[in-house]
Write a protein that binds this ligand. Structure first.
Ligand code: GLY
Ligand code: MN
Ligand code: MN
Length: 440
């Protein structure tokens, strides 16, 4: 379904970007249409930054923001789109076309995507730098280079070389890192829907079901409440599979006595949740599972309490590691002193990943982690995950048998607020008593 008018905040974002980078021109290509086989394509999902700055979601499109030296508005926005084509639209669905895109997306000019190569050089006129993300689409990189070369020789003898090209990741990432209220509303929606789907999986899972069945159940929970798709491939990992960090197969039978780790988030209007919950395939946790689960839960809740303006992800991660190492020692899984184990990073045998990442339109969202050589200080409006875990590999013959095949991760999405934080995924149960009450 086509929209008739998009909210003004897309325009405000463009203004902010251009105000922060005077003299710069920005190019944002859509993802190319990728062929899966013969005439079947992979599903299209717009490039996050193109969408963030325009709201335009069709493939075969290209967004230009360029200074406008002749007008008080200071910059202009141009969208290249697929023109209307009744024959094609009969097969592929309705398009905005040139007029529709102009009216709906509040841009200044629209052109057919077929005119991209011819038009690009003129948007470089008078600019000091081009912001463009090289290296993602080799075919597009060549076309951008051709536009730069054309622009250079049409300038006459200037004594200057090609316009400088700067990767746009940081410029846009610094805007996307701070979520506006409209973005927080969408994230909350994605988190509420995803939390409900996780809760439903806790209710419905039974021994003998296949991981893929639970994946489908979760997906149904997302889609029936309005998510367009998943924010990343769901991980539905039973037993030993729970110790594989990015397990993808999701095709084994769930066994009595095993744990099930589900890392899944629905994407709602281009914003994704990222939730992990771990629960028993049987009615309750075994004593060994409960010991490790309680440790991860305690460390996770402490970490969430530490999320507030002024702290850093590095500090939060350091405290998580310390808490987990204390637990590894008291469970008898490691020997030595907390200090030495932290220094040697021996704990990575059980906790090999980081605690947090930014979250938003992308599951691993845009924004600098290190700024001016220092870990990024948290500020209100940032959204991040807190996701400690504990994994005892099936092959770990040093570990007592009762702990092997246990993989546990507990992951919530947290908004930094002026006074501390708000957990957006609080409705996904994580206390042992809450989880066991939902089991059959
Ligand atoms: N689901 C990917 C992650 O947790 O980072
Ligand atoms: Mn995550
Ligand atoms: Mn996750």
């Amino acid at each position: 379904m086509l929209r008739t008018k998009i909210p003004d905040y897309f325009k405000t974002r463009r203004q902010k970007l251009m105000d922060a980078h005077p003299g710069a021109v920005f190019f944002f290509p859509s993802h190319p249409y990728l062929i899966r086989n013969s005439d079947v394509h992979f599903p299209h999902r717009q490039d996050s930054s193109l969408y963030y700055l325009s709201g335009f979601d069709e493939p075969e499109s290209f967004l230009v923001l360029t200074p406008d030296f002749s007008a008080a508005r200071r910059f202009k926005t141009i969208l290249f789109v697929q023109p209307r084509d009744p024959e094609k639209e009969m097969w592929e669905g309705e398009r905005y076309g040139l007029d529709g895109a102009l009216k709906t997306f509040g841009v200044d000019e629209t052109y057919p995507i077929q005119e991209l190569d011819k038009k690009l050089p003129e948007f470089l006129d008078g600019c000091e730098r081009l912001y463009y993300k090289m290296g993602l689409q080799p075919g597009m990189d060549k076309r951008i280079l051709a536009a730069l070369e054309t622009h250079r020789y049409t300038q006459g003898r200037s004594g200057r070389g090609l316009l400088a090209v700067v990767d746009s990741t940081e410029a846009v990432g610094e805007l996307r890192l701070f979520k506006g209220s409209e973005e927080i509303d969408l994230l909350k929606k994605a988190c509420d829907i995803s939390a409900e789907a996780h809760k439903n999986a806790m209710r419905e899972t039974r021994p003998g079901m296949n991981e893929s069945e639970i994946e489908a159940l979760i997906d149904f929970g997302f889609r029936r409440k309005g998510c367009e798709r998943v924010g990343y491939p769901s991980i539905v990992a039973g037993g030993k599979n729970s110790t594989c960090l990015h397990y993808r197969s999701n095709n084994e039978t769930l066994k009595e006595g095993d744990l099930l780790l589900i890392d899944a988030g629905g994407e709602f209007s281009y914003y994704t949740a990222d939730i992990t919950r771990t629960f028993p395939v049987s009615k309750s946790f075994s004593p060994a599972q409960a010991r490790i689960y309680s440790l991860v839960l305690k460390v996770q809740k402490d970490a969430i309490e530490n999320v507030c303006p002024g702290t850093t992800l590095t500090e939060i991660h350091a405290r998580v590691c310390e808490g987990l190492v204390e637990g590894m020692l008291s469970l008898g899984l490691l020997k030595g002193s907390v200090r030495d184990i932290l220094k040697s990073r021996e704990y990575r045998r059980f906790y090999p990943h980081n605690t947090s990442h930014w979250l938003g339109m992308d599951v691993h969202d845009a924004g600098l982690y290190i700024k001016n050589g220092e870990p990024r200080v948290l500020e209100a409006g940032m959204v991040l995950t807190i996701e400690p875990g504990f994994y005892v590999q099936p092959s770990d013959s040093q570990a007592p048998a009762e702990y092997r095949n246990i993989g546990i991760r507990i992951e919530d999405d947290v908004l930094v607020t002026a006074g501390g934080n708000e957990v957006l995924t609080k409705d996904a149960p994580k206390e042992i008593s809450e989880i066991e009450a939902l089991r059959f």
